[in-house]
Design a protein around this ligand. Sequence first.
Ligand SMILES: [Zn+2]
Length: 369
Amino acid sequence: MTNSNKLFRWRSPYDLKGTEGLFAAAMAENARFQAQHCPDYARILREQGVTDLTDPLSLPPLPTLYFKRHALFSLPENKFLIKATSSGTSGSMSRMAFDAGSLLRGLAMVWRMTRYHHLLSPVPCHYLILGYQPHRGNDTAFSKTGYGFTFFAPALSRTYALVWREGSYQLDLEGLRRRLLRCARGPFPIRTIGFPAYTWLLLSQMEKEGIHLKMPKGSKITMGGGWKQFEGQQVEKAELYRLAESVLGIEEKNCVEFFGAVEHPILYTTCKHHHFHVPVYSRIVIRDPDTLEPVPNGTPGLVNLMTPMARSVPILSVMTDDLGILHDGGTCGCGIESPWLELLGRVGAKGLVTCAAGAADFLKGGGDV
Ligand SMILES: [Zn+2]
């Protein structure tokens, strides 16, 4: 069995100490594969003068911006089972594709993580998806992962906020509201899936209308896609948890958030204190925006995400344009001992220039970055 497969089948999803050596070996294995099968990756290693692949920290972190401008594949197209693009305006999307082996590792991870966080349930439920109804031609990762999340518990129904009608997507908040009112009288739990901003929008609208429901036991609010849409609105997470309790009767401990990216398809799930702990499948390094050198835990910087999950694309170390802080393991108090990531949001225009300049520096000769 390869080191990557061993890592993704590790029994305890937050055993970072126990997997330190295995993680480095799996990263080296993946880096060797990318160097052999992806000419662009081999060139970047050469230009960076990276010859020792055994230290994950020394592997060049490729900016997400780079993937938005270049499609880099390390396997022939007939090996791809899933193609996905990141959400965004057309022309600035990352194109990713995943082969069977990468997807199987992903599935093993989803199985362990959802079981650990009590998200797998045999009790059927009604899903309210605050996102796009899947439709041919909509390849964004959100519509795929959003749909994927409706398999954690058997689905009795799926109600979408954005429905495909007569050739375009239309917002149907009324349909969601009707479904919620009906579910409150039924025996089966509900699960909402969507951006925190959409969740907040729906709940605050319902509160304004004086709606206060008690959803059946086992109901959950699950959110993904980050808080970016809140910029300028300044909605605090605490306010959203209050709304969940007040409008739907769903307790704060049943509000769960996910984090991941098409360029880093790792499922981060919040603990009971709403923190994203680092699972065995990845490591997070925070880097100084100017020098790109790693900074100590507790210091803000650019978030560099590493995972050996995918073979089909060289996404083993990606540099996001998110700012974050990595907190020491053991400081959360929830019982999970691994470090946790606090996301501070996107770098501003000025920061992005710095980041892009840093990236362009080590990708010089790499085309149009
Ligand atoms: Zn925690």
